[in-house]
Design a protein around this ligand. Structure first.
Ligand SMILES: C[S@@+](CC[C@H](N)C(=O)[O-])C[C@H]1O[C@@H](n2cnc3c(N)ncnc32)[C@H](O)[C@@H]1O
Length: 468
């Protein structure tokens, strides 16, 4: 059984649990079937979309029985947008599934002894928790089946999010529960203004159109940054749009734009022009300021980022005389956050602009015991680096989803720091790395933290201490 199964309908499958990456699991004749967008407890008919020798994937085409754990999704765009795929599951249960994911990954991949996984730290805010959203303008709005079947003509310009796996189709967003403050207002007003004034929306296939992308960033201090990306250098239209935003939203503290004529929407290599206000916004944590410029990374759930950093600092348990390495430091947020309690903090990160920000953040906070270096971790953290710097007492590491390069893990084994605090947004790669570190380290605490309610994503912090 494999490809033959494609498109076959499997009837009355009971969804049993949620596995990694949010996929729900059922069984058919002893074989695992992964199904998207259902809830454990549902009884469904599944159309197979992919058949492999060891598992199948499918979509639910009919729900016979709804799980008692389902709740009513609160967003009108749920099911189409793909942003908050777990809105139909009670938040408490979401948290238990996330914690279970951590347990499963450590059992399946790390296969090392771990203490009981701590209760997950949930997010106090489960709506409007993001400080950054990225919307796309398109002249190819996603139409629902009912709209197509109605035979009517519809407005095809849209400003919203990409449909999952469809780069060229955009769902027009009327209200998004992910970002509060001015976010919904700015997006909807700008769309309305553009439609009323005949300003063109981007055509992703032909690569033409004036309005291309809108990024909105907010902070808990009340500052906000709005960046409009234009797909054509039409000075008149640009002035019209930017003037409109400046007049309508005087509370925006940083109003910027980019003329992006290349194929994709990424902005890292683009010139950002300040139209009004400052070219950065500032977030604050325990009185520390963090400067965020248009290209800077900053954790998108500020409140939970604070909880995450508190956990990391607690695990590090600094007494004031330690040398701390903060690996994958980004804009040095963790490094600066723990600096007051350490003798010295050394941050490494490969995005050079982020390292510039990290240094600025130390400077504006009067921290003079930090050092930051830009470069690929596996090349930076070498014997020469170690010879030229004090040996670490504590290593905090927060790698991207792919986890740490094997050379980096080997270097950590060589460094033999008494403590490693491993922060991860992907428990699978974290478990893989912990298995390698287990040669010299034991797992003392495993603490999941939820940064992204209504998604399957989970952040996990592990405290490793050197075996005696
Ligand atoms: C999960 S983020 C951590 C950010 C930071 N700790 C924070 O909380 O804001 C991972 C960081 O690793 C950086 N990174 C990814 N691959 C890298 C590599 N090979 N060498 C150095 N840094 C890397 C990314 O640019 C990103 O800033």
């Amino acid at each position: 059984m494999s490809r033959k199964m494609k498109n076959k309908v499997l009837e009355n499958l009971t969804i049993e649990r949620i596995a990694s990456e949010g996929k729900s699991v059922a069984h058919y004749e002893g074989k695992v079937v992964f199904v998207q967008n259902v809830a454990p407890g549902d009884v469904v008919d599944v159309r197979v979309t992919r058949g492999k020798s060891s598992f199948m994937e499918g979509e639910a085409i009919k729900i016979h029985e709804y799980s008692k754990d389902r709740v009513e999704p609160f967003c009108q765009h749920f099911g189409v947008c793909g942003g908050c795929k777990w809105q139909h599951i009670d938040y408490k249960l979401q948290l238990s599934y996330k914690r279970q994911q951590v347990i499963d990954q450590f059992q399946r991949i790390a296969k090392v002894a771990i203490p009981e996984v701590m209760p997950i730290i949930g997010s106090a805010e489960t709506r409007y928790y993001r400080n950054k959203l990225d919307f796309t303008f398109s002249n190819n709005r996603w139409l629902t089946r009912e709209e197509i079947d109605s035979g009517k003509d519809f407005e095809r310009n849209a400003l919203g999010f990409h449909i999952p796996k469809r780069f060229d189709k955009i769902v027009d967003i009327e209200h998004c529960y992910l970002q509060g403050n001015i976010s919904n207002d700015v997006r909807n007003s700008l769309r309305e203004f553009a439609l009323a004034n005949g300003i063109t929306f981007f055509d992703m296939i032909k690569q033409i159109g004036v309005l291309r992308n809108l990024i909105i960033r907010t902070t808990s201090t009340g500052e906000s940054m709005v960046i409009v990306q234009f797909g054509e250098d039409d000075k008149e239209a640009i002035a019209k749009v930017m003037d409109f935003l400046k007049t309508k939203f005087p509370e925006v503290t940083s109003l910027l734009y980019i003329v992006n004529l290349k194929k994709n929407e990424t902005i890292h290599d683009q010139d950002v022009i300040t139209y009004y206000g400052k070219d950065y916004i500032e977030e604050e944590m325990e009185g520390l300021k963090f400067r965020i410029n248009p290209k800077s990374f900053y954790q998108t759930n500020s409140d939970q980022a604070y909880r995450l950093y508190q956990v990391a600092r607690e695990f590090a348990n600094l007494q004031g005389d330690e040398v701390v390495y903060d690996l994958y430091t980004g804009t040095g947020t963790i490094a600066n956050f723990v600096a007051k309690k350490a003798k010295q903090v050394i941050g490494i990160e490969y995005v050079e602009e982020a390292i510039v920000d990290a240094k600025v953040n130390s400077e504006i906070n009067g921290l003079d015991n930090t050092l930051f270096y830009a470069g690929d971790m596996k090349d930076m953290l070498n014997d020469e680096f170690i010879e030229n710097h004090a040996a670490p007492d504590v290593i905090i590491t927060d790698p991207p989803r792919a986890g740490m390069h094997e050379d980096v893990v080997n270097m950590l084994l060589k460094l033999e720091a008494p403590k490693i605090v491993y922060v991860s947004c992907n428990p699978a790669t974290q478990a893989r790395d912990v298995a390698l570190l287990a040669e010299k380290y034991q797992v003392d605490i495993v603490q999941p933290v939820d940064m992204f309610p209504h998604t399957y994503h989970v952040e996990n912090v592990v405290l490793l201490t050197k075996k005696s």
